[in-house]
Design a protein around this ligand. Structure first.
Ligand SMILES: Cc1cc2nc3c(=O)[nH]c(=O)nc-3n(C[C@H](O)[C@H](O)[C@H](O)COP(=O)(O)O)c2cc1C
Length: 177
């Protein structure tokens, strides 16, 4: 499975933030931004579901660390595959309708079903701690200033489409994926 993941990363995508079920903020206290279906459908078929980390940017603002859940949220028995990003930053309000750009760089674990909401929250907080540490590595930090985040997007066709800058995967430069 590791090989499959490595072949897909780094993975770049952007899209307009749409409404999810709204449980992230309310029930978990961990807000998540949902990508539209077209972005989820564009994911490489080989990319396993699970929890990923990387960098995220709302519109053309500052780039922050992020964790993302890709899959069906077994705890909630979702029927549709989703990509839910928790941007590790305090935002004063939600950003529905704004553009979210991400680069996925590493894989943390598979999606799990938990016996309680508290166990799910604890697992997500642990994912956040892992992401914060991993993204401090030189091989990951360099993606924070990636051209994907700095260049002006003037073509509407680029929105919601995957993108690649052709660089090597960070794991080949010392990450412990
Ligand atoms: C880092 C991270 C890890 C997650 N891990 C799991 C998981 O292991 N199992 C699960 O059922 N859902 C997991 N989720 C998804 C949450 O259940 C989901 O974000 C929550 O239901 C809010 O979704 P909503 O905004 O669509 O309501 C995770 C979400 C994040 C951001």
């Amino acid at each position: 499975m590791l090989e499959k993941i490595l072949a897909c990363l780094p993975y770049y995508c952007r899209g307009t933030v749409v409404k999810g079920f709204g449980r992230g903020s309310k029930e978990l206290g961990i807000p998540t931004a949902n990508f539209p279906e077209v972005v989820v459908e564009n994911l490489p078929r080989d990319l396993p579901t699970g929890i990923y980390y990387g960098w995220a940017q709302v519109d053309k603002e500052e780039v922050h660390k992020m964790v993302m859940s890709v899959g069906w949220n077994p705890y909630y028995h979702n029927e549709k595959k989703s990509m839910e990003t928790h941007v590790i930053h305090h935002f004063p309000s939600d950003f529905y309708g704004q553009q979210l750009s991400v680069v996925m760089l590493g894989y943390i674990r598979g999606e799990e079903n938990f016996s309680s909401l508290d166990a799910l929250i604890e697992a997500i907080n642990n994912d956040i701690s892992i992401a914060k540490l991993e993204l401090e590595k030189e091989s990951m930090l360099r993606y924070k200033s990636d051209r994907y985040f700095t260049k002006v997007t003037d073509s509407i066709q680029e929105i919601d489409k995957p993108w690649s800058n052709g660089t090597d995967h960070p794991a080949s430069q010392g990450s412990n994926l």
